[in-house]
Design a protein around this ligand. Structure first.
Ligand SMILES: NC(=O)c1ccc[n+]([C@@H]2O[C@H](COP(=O)([O-])OP(=O)(O)OC[C@H]3O[C@@H](n4cnc5c(N)ncnc54)[C@H](O)[C@@H]3O)[C@@H](O)[C@H]2O)c1
Ligand SMILES: O=c1ccn([C@@H]2O[C@H](COP(=O)(O)OP(=O)(O)O[C@H]3O[C@H](CO)[C@@H](O)[C@H](O)[C@H]3O)[C@@H](O)[C@H]2O)c(=O)[nH]1
Length: 437
């Protein structure tokens, strides 16, 4: 099939590349000229394990192309995916201006029956709005289908190629048939395409993200309670996670959830609910808990240094909002760095992939280091914000020799308490006993 993907950010690039990989001809459109030029020249614009190889192969074989020209990009396409941003507006609702602008532009450009697919995360009713906008300029028939995306950054290719499920919201038999054909190669036996109406599909995406965020905030509260009552959150997590009704995943406490999705989507669902006079109480608590949790370790840091961080150097390990991505959107690390700087500390950082993006945002207020050890050299403490695998088993002997004192604040519970005790570290983590060193 011939496919166009409008918006070549995270989701657009993964969607376009994976559809090309299954034999379709894909043109990705973006208004960012620099991004498109890079992609045309074979340079991938995001760090995502496994994507580069697929991108290069499909580009070389002519199944994948990039353009800034919408008219050219959608020429002959049977399906047009909208993978455009839906950032939070001032009131917390999802801002639809990017989607609706493209919907306006698309109408007059359609030449034949086309299926327009909302891939972005959009509030209930957006498919109707897109349909209205496209219809204003269209002279041919078209369908608007909701097809929310559930991929996780860091494992996006795997998630896209082998999805747990594909959700497709449409009331049109014609739209359904086209989508069914397109997704056939991705749906493993038992992992179905779930068809439903558009509104239910739109809400399914928010419900999934909000539920996962709730799971995390719930576990973070359990962790905080563990600290007060002398329980160990790792044991509690294992104890509850083995109940198959609860499940083991997304129960890891830490310094909160971040990223480009959970924070904005939970907020947008709360706003959509209040717009229809529904008071979604749980969501408010989920957001409150996360706001506090992100900087949960800062009072411990201050307390440890007798409320005086002036002259102290903190090595922050991890900047991206989670491992295996260079994405720093809503990364808990950034909130903590701000507070450390505000308190007068010098901050040295290392992240395997996220440093370039942080440099653009934060500049020279912090020192960027090539390795975690370089960050630790001469530092008064290590602060772990992201659980990159390389931080899990450091050379503790080397680390101890580089640090001024053996102190770790761990926002991701990477180390065994017994190991920390044996090594003589002062070790503060989440929901576990404090090791005094
Ligand atoms: N990032 C994720 O992991 C993820 C996963 C599932 C769903 N989503 C949802 O998918 C949507 C896109 O997210 P993303 O992370 O890919 O966003 P992104 O910001 O990485 O990319 C969006 C792209 O759209 C481009 N764009 C803006 N206006 C345009 C226009 N008029 N024409 C063409 N291109 C235009 C931007 O230049 C940018 O490259 C959002 O609704 C998001 O909530 C994201
Ligand atoms: O047990 C856990 C699991 C995750 N997190 C944090 O939660 C955030 C989000 O993690 P994850 O869900 O793995 O990353 P995303 O790439 O943001 O993916 C989420 O958001 C996407 C965009 O909507 C959806 O498509 C995915 O299904 C959904 O998992 C990160 O800050 C993690 O550190 C925890 O704190 N504890």
């Amino acid at each position: 099939m011939k496919i166009a993907v409008v918006g070549t950010g995270y989701v657009g690039l993964v969607t376009g590349t994976c559809f090309a990989e299954t034999g379709n001809t894909v043109t990705c459109v973006d208004i960012d000229q620099e991004k498109v030029k890079k992609l045309q020249n074979g340079k991938i614009t995001i760090y995502e394990p496994g994507l580069e190889q697929l991108f290069e192969r499909n580009l070389k074989q002519g199944r994948l192309a990039f353009t800034t020209n919408l008219k050219e990009g959608i020429e002959g396409a049977q399906i047009i995916f909208l993978a455009l941003p839906t950032p939070p507006g001032e009131d917390g609702s999802a801002d639809l201006k990017y989607i609706l602008k493209v919907a306006d532009d698309l109408g007059p450009l359609l030449k034949d029956f086309t299926v327009i697919v909302d891939k972005s995360t959009v509030p209930v009713g957006t498919a109707d709005k897109v349909r209205e906008r496209v219809a204003k300029g269209a002279k041919v028939e078209f369908d608007v289908v909701s097809n929310p995306e559930f991929l996780r950054e860091g494992v996006a290719v795997e998630d896209f190629m082998k999805p747990d499920r594909v959700v497709i919201g449409t009331n049109s038999a014609r739209g359904r048939k086209v989508m069914e054909q397109l997704y056939q190669p991705f749906v493993r036996q038992g992992n179905p395409i779930i068809f439903m109406d558009e509104r239910s599909a739109e809400l399914t995406k928010y419900a999934a993200n909000a539920f996962l965020a709730t799971k995390i905030s719930f576990m973070n509260e359990i962790a905080n309670l563990c600290e007060s009552v002398g329980a160990d959150v790792d044991s509690v997590r294992k104890g509850v996670g083995t109940d198959s009704r609860i499940g083991k995943r997304f129960l890891f406490p830490g310094i909160g959830y971040g990223g480009s999705c959970f924070p904005k989507d939970v907020q947008a669902l709360a706003k959509s609910s209040s717009d229809v006079q529904y008071d979604f109480k749980i969501l408010k608590a989920v957001m409150d808990v996360n706001a506090d949790q992100k900087t949960r370790l800062i009072p411990r840091v201050k307390e440890y240094f007798n409320n005086n961080l002036k002259g102290k150097t903190i090595a922050v390990w991890g900047l991206s909002f989670k491992p295996h991505t260079d994405d720093i959107r809503e990364a808990p690390a950034l909130y903590n760095i701000d507070l450390l700087l505000e308190a007068g500390a010098t901050v040295k950082v290392h992240d395997p992939e996220g440093m370039e993006n942080v440099k653009k945002l934060v500049g020279s207020k912090i020192q960027y280091c090539e390795t975690p050890y370089e960050a630790a050299e001469g530092a008064d403490a290590v602060f772990i914000a992201t659980e990159w695998p390389e931080f899990r088993t450091p050379d503790f002997e080397k680390l101890s020799s580089l640090l001024k004192a053996k102190v770790i604040f761990d926002g991701r519970n990477l180390y065994d308490l017994s190991v920390m005790k044996e090594l003589g570290y002062a070790y503060y983590s989440i929901g576990r006993e404090v090791v005094h060193g």
